[in-house]
Design a protein around this ligand. Sequence first.
Ligand SMILES: [Fe+2]
Ligand SMILES: [Fe+2]
Length: 325
Amino acid sequence: MFFLAQGILLENLIFSVLWFTIRERKGGMIKYVRVFYHSGEEKLRISSPYPQHPWLAAIAVFLQEAVLINSNDVNGKILYEDDSHQFIWLGADEVEEQGVVQTNQYLIISGGRGTLVDPGGIHLFSRVVGLVSKYIDLDNIDNIFFSHQDPDVSSGIALWLGVTRATVYISQLWLRFIPHFGIVDQARIKGIEGLRGSLTLSGGASLKLIPAHFLHSTGCYSFYDPLSKVLFTSDIGAAVFPARGQYLFVDDFKEHLAIMEPFHKRYMTSNKVIKKWISRLAGLDIKMIAPQHGALFDGENVQKFFDWFSRLECGVDIIDSIYGE
Ligand SMILES: [Fe+2]
Ligand SMILES: [Fe+2]
């Protein structure tokens, strides 16, 4: 008993030292370690390469090997669900790859049929296909939506066409370009413009397609799902996390700006285009913003995002500074 008590004391002492050291290094994110330690079990547990070993998990954060996502969510989270419709975020890499931008993939299941949204690059394929299979048989995937042509969105196209019977939808500007990602059956790739503003899903539901051209790609689309009230925005709303700093939902909007604003200033074309895109969202009841990179926005952060984005000067607005003049 004595040795056990000593052990607990020693453990607390070591943890306290570790706690203060990590807090210095990682600022606000340390709260996840604290919740984990005091609650003992699930809740906000760190996802790390060592999920069964809390001490190794804490050390992994210290060594910046862990992702700060709730361990229950690492393998996907249902963002919205009713009797026949689900909007699902398809999880995170438990151990991030250095130098590879983090991406979000989504799956909509409606009437038992699936639509994949920006399923991502080749190197993510094995993880994402495994997660998708958890929710739906691959044979039941009808549509693959590519918001634009970038490799982090669509370079896995040949693999996805190989394991599903789905039709791919992408702006017609890119129809002749994406076959360069691999040998694909071009009869299964269609221009979003041909859909006339909405992608019909099984069971009568449909996604409202919203042009997002020049934000950033010249041929780019976001969409609104009226059932879940989720707005998928593609690269709009993206943030670039620091190494091992990923979180699922924006908590402090002001803090989040530090990893979101620089991306938009450089990758988005101009404030005129931003205002054009926002004007197309008029009248939509948006409960959640789901971007292709970074964290999701819900609650009051939805309006905070639009307030910030509508005022942002970027791209050609600040072209002199981009050219270093
Ligand atoms: Fe992009
Ligand atoms: Fe992207």
